[in-house]
Design a protein around this ligand. Structure first.
Ligand code: PMV
Length: 340
């Protein structure tokens, strides 16, 4: 999703530099939550993810035609990172993005620009902050180069950027953020879009405990290597739940979906990626009227997602806030997604 706002650039006309209006490129991308199947998806099981549209990343690319030699500037004030390409670490997302574009499209030189990145998505919280930046940067640079990329290509390029930070990501984060639709996902397969028969409402409760996805994914891998039978069975059970959840979403079966969500949480506990704080949030939600709740994303921190009926939102919110859990977002999925 992108459009241009007005900036300026220098055009050399009749050997004279002329300052004219220059459109800057604005791209907005969404957050995401994993409803079923985190970790198991890395091992080939299906997973379900939903876009979270009220959490957003904004990427602004301002062409800089004043410079003769290509130069790039990155500014992400939310996380205190800014500098020219030379100031940034060699594996920084901008360095990698420029390399990927040059390689993929056989481009010798990309015209200079400044990139500004800001986001309302909390970092290291399992809500897709890194993937939303990857997708946003891909869309912005593509527009800068005049490339009209299909969403599949945006997704493929964003996946390459995600690999930089997560080593061996399943690709679910960049996929749901690229398509902005609820989807059923199996690694290395095209996503299947879900058509909820009726709206489902969710609360996302941020434990505010930071957790690094790559670290938790590595720990699960080590545990799986030590005990492949035990972990293989957990992944398989999660895959089975995910298949049932797909049916429940299509049928609009709220009660069934809620039960499956909580069962998925129990399997994540068994996997060892929950925390007492996350378990407490899940219990508070379920004891106060939610239909089901689970940690979402890599775990060991981050968010809990709870399925709620519209009329149980106030008591659940009240219980959470009284217990001190105050960073809460609301989101929903509905039929409109399949048509957008
Ligand atoms: O980025 P997070 O924390 O939402 O977790 C991504 C989901 C995992 O399954 C844990 C990793 C992956 O690559 O799918």
């Amino acid at each position: 999703m992108g459009h241009r706002s007005i900036g300026y650039f220098l055009l050399v006309y009749d050997h004279q530099p002329v300052l004219i209006n220059m459109p800057a490129i604005l791209v907005h991308t969404v957050g995401k939550s994993i409803l079923f199947g985190e970790h198991a998806v890395v091992y080939g099981q299906p997973a379900i993810a939903i876009p979270v549209t009220n959490l957003r990343t904004k990427v602004t690319l301002t062409p800089d035609l004043k410079t003769q030699t290509p130069s790039y500037y990155y500014d992400a004030p939310d996380i205190g990172i800014h500098g020219t390409l030379e100031d940034l670490p060699h594996d920084h997302i901008l360095v990698e993005a420029l390399r990927i574009f040059k390689e993929s499209f056989s481009i010798k030189s990309i015209p200079s620009f400044k990139l500004h990145v800001s986001s309302s998505i909390p970092v290291a919280a399992g809500l897709g902050s890194s993937a939303s930046i990857s997708v946003g940067i891909v869309r912005a640079i593509a527009q800068h180069l005049g490339l009209k990329l299909p969403v599949e290509k945006v997704n493929a390029l964003a996946y390459q950027l995600e690999k930089l930070h997560h080593g061996n990501p399943s690709g679910i984060d960049n996929t749901v953020i690229s398509y902005e639709k609820p989807l059923y996902y199996i690694r290395n397969h095209a996503p299947l879009f879900l058509e909820p028969r009726e709206p489902f409402y969710f609360l996302l409760i941020n434990s505010t405990i930071h957790s690094l996805t790559s670290q938790v994914v590595d720990e699960v891998r080590r545990a799986w290597e030590v005990n492949p039978t035990h972990f293989g069975a957990i992944f398989q059970d999660i895959g089975d739940l995910t298949d049932q959840a797909r049916q429940a979403i299509t049928k609009g079966d709220q009660v069934m979906l809620g039960q499956l969500i909580t069962e998925n949480h129990h399997l994540l506990q068994k996997m060892g990626v929950s925390l007492v704080q996350l378990d407490e949030i899940v219990a508070l939600c379920n004891d106060n009227g939610a239909l089901g709740a689970k940690l979402c994303g890599a775990g060991r921190g981050g968010n809990v997602i709870a399925l709620v009926k519209a009329d149980s939102i106030p008591p659940v919110l009240q219980a959470l806030q009284s217990a001190g859990w105050t960073e809460i977002y609301q989101t929903s999925i509905s039929k409109k997604w399949s048509h957008s």
